[in-house]
Design a protein around this ligand. Structure first.
Ligand SMILES: [Zn+2]
Length: 135
């Protein structure tokens, strides 16, 4: 399946820099306990602009999934159908990531299963995060 190659902007660059070091980070508010992803200019809870980054455990759980069969993104059409799983991050289950769960057959996603982050090279020197089921 072709992977999306990230195009970091000012807000997301620290995230992608960390991914290139095989770390999964989320934004962390210095003024309240909030963790958030995707990155925003301000804290969604208290409005602070005093945001840093925190490395996560890289572990989570599959909360649910959908099977994509009728989307019209040209570069994904030939891959359909494929799984799109929703991952709840262990560090804060309010934070969700999405995954195609490489290697898991379509419609056979084990909801509730534990997953951990893995990293795949999609372009020279550019990694992306993916997720795999841990037994
Ligand atoms: Zn805050």
């Amino acid at each position: 399946m072709p992977k999306l190659i990230p195009v970091p902007d000012d807000l997301s660059k620290p995230f992608w820099d960390a991914v290139n070091e095989r770390k999964l980070v989320v934004q962390s508010c210095a003024d309240c306990p909030t963790l958030q992803y995707p990155p925003k200019p301000t804290c969604l809870d208290c409005g602070s602009e005093n945001l840093g980054w925190k490395e996560t455990s890289g572990r989570g759980r599959i909360s649910t999934y959908v099977v994509m069969m009728d989307i019209h993104l040209a570069r994904r059409v030939e891959d359909q159908p494929f799984n799109l799983a929703f991952i709840e991050l262990d560090d804060d289950p309010k934070i969700n990531f999405y995954s195609n769960l490489p290697g898991v057959p379509v419609r056979q996603v084990p909801i509730g299963a534990a997953v951990e982050v893995i990293f795949e090279e999609v372009a020279p020197g550019q990694l992306i995060h993916e997720w795999k089921i841990v037994e």
